[in-house]
Design a protein around this ligand. Sequence first.
Ligand code: AKG
Length: 372
Amino acid sequence: LRPYPATPLLRGASARDEEIELVWDDGERASIPLIWLRDHCPCEACRHHQTRERLIVPLDGVAETAEVGLEAGHLRLRWADGHLSQFASGWLYQRRPAATDASALPARQAWSEAFTPTRVAHADIFTPGGEATWLEALLRDGLVLLDGGPLADEEVSRIAERIGPQRPTNFGARFDVRSKPNPNNAAYTAIGLALHTDLPNWRQPPDIQLLYCLQNAAQGGESLFADGFQVAEALREQAPEHFRLLSELAIDFRFQDATQDIATRAPVIECDASGRVVEIRFNNWIRDTLRLPAAQMTAWYRAYHHFWTLLHSPRYQLDFALAPGQMVAFDNRRVLHGRRAFDPNTGARHLQGTYLDRDMLESRLRVLARDS
Ligand code: AKG
């Protein structure tokens, strides 16, 4: 059995009806159904010895009775069909029904007016503590800064791939943001970019965006951010009907160029079944022809304009110039980003960007917690 050093041993185990009652050294108690224990048997017949994936479904009848015993403080069950299951006390302690989930991820918190982003030094992201701080802030606040990185091509990919594979889109897995001669996207010009989320025209837009600054010598080009969750709540409070229209009516988003035509239909504000805001899709360049019943159109435009105005209000906006060697990471399905116009004749501005799946951030945080 694998030891779980920080958790107590079992001092009692007894069968009652179809459950086992357990008592640990620290006085903690739990009742666990027999069928659950059979389902979670860790032996090599029940779990693949290399992948640790489950190989069985507990069958009717096999988990109604078992002989219960303790061996050096761990649980031992001999089932009626002769099968033997052994459970480490610590494993059971961590997963007992009343236990809080030690691997729980940070809850998303809307920005307050006093919000200032967490900053992590580039050198620290390569330590477990620094990386966990960066990941937690990104999952919780939807935005985090990394300071003092090298001015190295592809540093953004190196950081991203520490977390997980880069998420490719029609702009490639890794993209360069600088003004180009024949742009297919407003980001590749020098114009100011109003707040937006990237690629809301995809059924699943990229979750996380990383933007790494390599050069920022041009006049202008400051970065702008707003928390869509915070501003959506302000809209709900100021004008519930506007919030309702933007969250209930799906509209079209579409990107077209010579080779692509990527489109989807979704509301600007998406709520879950309990009414909590879970996603913002906002990108005025690729908002497609408005297809709504004529009677709803004017009301929808009013609601959209109201949301636009709130988003761009200085009260809700973060505004700062990225320094060369600095990287901003943000939740693209929550936090809107933009920039002020810049003058390419006054100096170079060059950012490198990529996207990551939120699942990989969560995975990385669980792996770091496992090792700590
Ligand atoms: C984008 O790549 O989507 C941008 O909005 C670029 C932001 C910037 O140039 O600061």
